[in-house]
Design a protein around this ligand. Sequence first.
Ligand code: C2E
Ligand code: CA
Ligand code: CA
Length: 439
Amino acid sequence: MEQLSRYDALTGAYNGGEFRTLLGVACSRKIPMVLVALNLRNFKYINETYGLSTADKFLRGIKRCLDSIQQPGEFFCRQSADVFYIALRETEAEKAMERIETLQHRIQQTATTLLGQYPVSIYCGIVLTAAAPEPFSASAKHNYMMAALAQAKKCQKENVYIYDQELHKLEQTRLYAESNMKRALEQEEFQLYLQPKIDLSTGLLTGAEALVRWQTKDRGMLFPDQFIPLFEENGFCVHLDLYMVEQACKQLRRWMDEGMAPTNISVNQTRLLFASEGYVSKLLAITEKYGISPQCITLEILESLVLDHVEHINACIEELRSAGFRISMDDFGSGYSSLNILGRLKIDELKLDRLFLMGAAKDTDGSQRKIMACILELAKQLHISTVAEGVETQENEQMMVQLCCNYGQGYYYSRPLTIADFEREFLAPYSRHVQAGVH
Ligand code: C2E
Ligand code: CA
Ligand code: CA
């Protein structure tokens, strides 16, 4: 029992619980340490290619490598499958990095013996306890280590990420967002900003994209990049996105009540919504509540979402379209775009990612431009309208006009604006020309 409760059965290393106990003791004695979370890239590949028993041997081999670099007062554990936590009695980053390099070298030797020529790649998140905030809180240290590991995972070039001020700030925002999101939604801290979409053939407003801003009480304004990825992870994005649809409809209602011609509003929709129960009826309940035709609303979905589950997404798209909503594919060209998908999905609009335009603008041999021209032509043949994102200059605009793209959006026309600014700058002079949902 004692053995089971403290040790990992596979490798004989300590388990995660024991590591936390030992870390708690070290922290209470105020011993400065360097904590390392180590993970293997593509361990799944090793499992699948070499089989479970060889993969297990490899994990036991890693445990022996860790034994071999361990010094008095140090400890480590296997936290889960291929994740190890190590506590080194070091105070300087350089010294710790040297030891990690030695470790990496030994792990590679083990891999070469067991797996042949397989080049192992490890990545590590590191925390220097004495330099980090709350230096002797074990639980804070544990969170920092996880955050640094996640950061190292994202970064393909550097294998080691040291927990620093920048990451600490990100983590604090993350914690803030997580613990305040529900209250903020109830207290209407999420605000609707609008960025105009311009018809490139007339120069007139044709619609606007709804972009969320979080006006916090105590941290100023937060931008989507600071909380949307988290909300995608924890599922809260579903609520926020439906709230944004509601805000858009509310705004359209106000404009109509004030006698202004409303413009079409595009709302970003998380991939999670497409898998959620009753999505279409929830949307219809919102548009009905405000007496808005679904034709005034465009739903922007991400290209990456579509690639995975074409059949399911297509069924959902058909249902949304027959209810009257317009469907736009966002960020096309940012991931692994497939031209094939354009033929298989019944979408109304294609938004070309900002980086696509940037690439074409910097093009030296004209190849990017040719690709863009082909995509625009293909979309035209399929009766899909096209939007260029990130139009920042007159040259950008001219290029997109020449390439026969239908609409443009970007800082050249305007940054995302508050409702009041949007009305003043775009609705008043344009409203007579614009009709919602007509393209
Ligand atoms: P996106 O949907 O691609 O939105 C366009 C982003 O590009 C916006 O950033 C906008 O401010 C920025 N942008 C527009 N024109 C230009 C330009 O000319 N140059 C440059 N450099 N940038 C330009 P923002 O508002 O920070 O939004 C970032 C992303 O967050 C959005 O990218 C979207 O994916 C997501 N997002 C924003 N609001 C929502 C929302 O309500 N729900 C969901 N699910 N995602 C949202
Ligand atoms: Ca978008
Ligand atoms: Ca986009």
